[in-house]
Design a protein around this ligand. Sequence first.
Ligand code: RIB
Ligand code: CA
Length: 311
Amino acid sequence: MKRKIIIDCDPGHDDVLAILTAHHYCQQLEILGITTVAGNQTLQKVTDNILKVEDYCQLDYPVYMGYDSPIVLKSEPQPLAHGESGLDGFVFEKTNRKTESMHAIDFFKKCLIENDKVTIVALGPLTNVAMFVKTYPQLANKIDQVVLMGGSIDSGNILPCSEFNIYHDPHAAYILFNSGVKIVMAPIEACYSGKIYLKELMEFNKPGKLYKMLDGLMKFYSKYATDRNWDSTAIFDVLPVEYLIHPEFFDTKEMYVNIEIEGKYTRGMTVCDKTGRKINSITTTVMVAVNRDEFIKDVLAALSSLNEQLG
Ligand code: RIB
Ligand code: CA
């Protein structure tokens, strides 16, 4: 039985890798649709990006636009990591592709009415997911689980203790983490545990239409690492997808996790109780380690297969 999923994202280079990996596993994952949210770049830019990628890669998943700003705070795009377009490194031709007219949370509503259970793969700020949970709580109970890239155990990539997706909309994260919806979380530490070496990205410097796109995109994306003399980088958003396909690659721990929404220096911090104490009835399944070699081998094999298919 295929797992029905919705991918909520802010493409974003690593979001694209995650979507392509999920597409490769179309025998196990039924992607009902892709929803976009403001994060790495503005809502319009991240939406334009996924439309162009779908056109270029001949994908046909319906795309629904969500919220263009966090619930309370203002948007903070990240051109340093993803460029002014949100997907710098490869110039896509203009596309005639259009989004669906329905809003993302109305698409969530439609999917959860029509299906017994749906998994939400959340790869950007949690604005859309939280607004859905708040607006349709009776349907939120039908969410099988939210598997998300976000948060950290004791590090940060936007503040010392805050990861970008949670930092960007901490109030949304607070709503979701306190909703009772089952959450599986890929924190920064797990993402770096599953790091890709820059030399492994040379894989895309080979013939093929998909590789041509990936080579350009990942050359831009890895600049963040080379500028810091790192020999590797994280492909953050791919972890939630690989978790659904290969849970055996991951070590997880049940933890109480809550969200700091008032801290001056800790806005968006995911406060994780590593002792496993049950502070309330809600626990989050936190990825604490990844079998890096198996994880990266599987992602590269998926992309290689897609590259052959695309020609
Ligand atoms: O902190 C990493 C996350 O922020 C990833 O989802 C990346 O795409 C950006 O959205
Ligand atoms: Ca993302």
